[in-house]
Design a binder for this molecule. Sequence first.
Ligand SMILES: Nc1nc2c(c(=O)[nH]1)N[C@@H](CN(C=O)c1ccc(C(=O)N[C@@H](CCC(=O)O)C(=O)O)cc1)CN2
Length: 285
Amino acid sequence: MSTSTARLMDGTALARRTVEETAARAAEITRRTGVTPCLATVLVGADPASVTYVKMKQNRCAKAGIRSKHVELPAETTTEELVAAITALSADPDVHGILLQHPVGPHIDERAAFEAIAPEKDVDGVTMASFAAMGFGLPGFVSCTPGGIMRLLDAYDVELSGKRAVVVGRSAILGKPAGLLLLGRDATVTYCHSRTVDLSAAVREADILVAAVGKPQFIKGEDIKPGAVVIDAGYNPGNVGDVDFDSAAERASLITPVPGGVGPMTIAVLLAQTVDAAERQLAAR
Ligand SMILES: Nc1nc2c(c(=O)[nH]1)N[C@@H](CN(C=O)c1ccc(C(=O)N[C@@H](CCC(=O)O)C(=O)O)cc1)CN2
């Protein structure tokens, strides 16, 4: 029997509210300008998880009154072909946001492909321009999962200033930007990764723990500081997070479940930023 004391951070409910607000904003743009906000999704190959995520994004767009334009490319697409496809979307005035589903095949230079996204259409927050804006605390588009994490922390009134935040993982679209956003809110941030010596000791220091390592149930409850806020950003096969939920929930004060935590917020932020992008582009015309 679980002796859970943690309160759940309900990402499904917060995402629903966020998408409802986004849908109202999208409808208002369409009413006022006759233009419907549009997200282009780019999928290379047919990795089953990526196919599912892109379908989820398209379905959510449809529910929010956002048009989606889907570009599907074969697995053997070259970097040059992918860059050309994304460059065409960047120049297309009917497209307001562009999402390249990660990961692409190992033969593709993913960074070059991300950089082909026009900064004003980078609603997934993956370009160097967006990363720099996150680092300097300037307005811009944030990486969607880190942005969703920040919205969850705010919705549950988690104090960040002066708190020790430990981010386990340093990927370009998740761990690194998550740390930058926490730093921007005056948390004291430690990044941990595969070369970290005594990871358990670092995790035990965390008032706020972000698990973004991509290893199922890697973080165990015994390493959670009592009262910590635990954000599980893992999306491993079978909908398993990076945190061993039952043991972590015995010590945490707040915890995100998988599924139903960070995942739904990732897509909610993507939609919200697509409408932001449409608003800005239409105002500039
Ligand atoms: N270009 C990007 N690629 C990837 C991103 C990203 O933000 N941008 N993130 C991940 C995967 N991802 C979106 O792409 C994603 C993962 C999980 C979920 C989600 O809502 N999961 C649900 C459960 C899923 C289900 O019901 O089948 C949950 O956690 O409740 C959304 C998006 C990698 N690539």
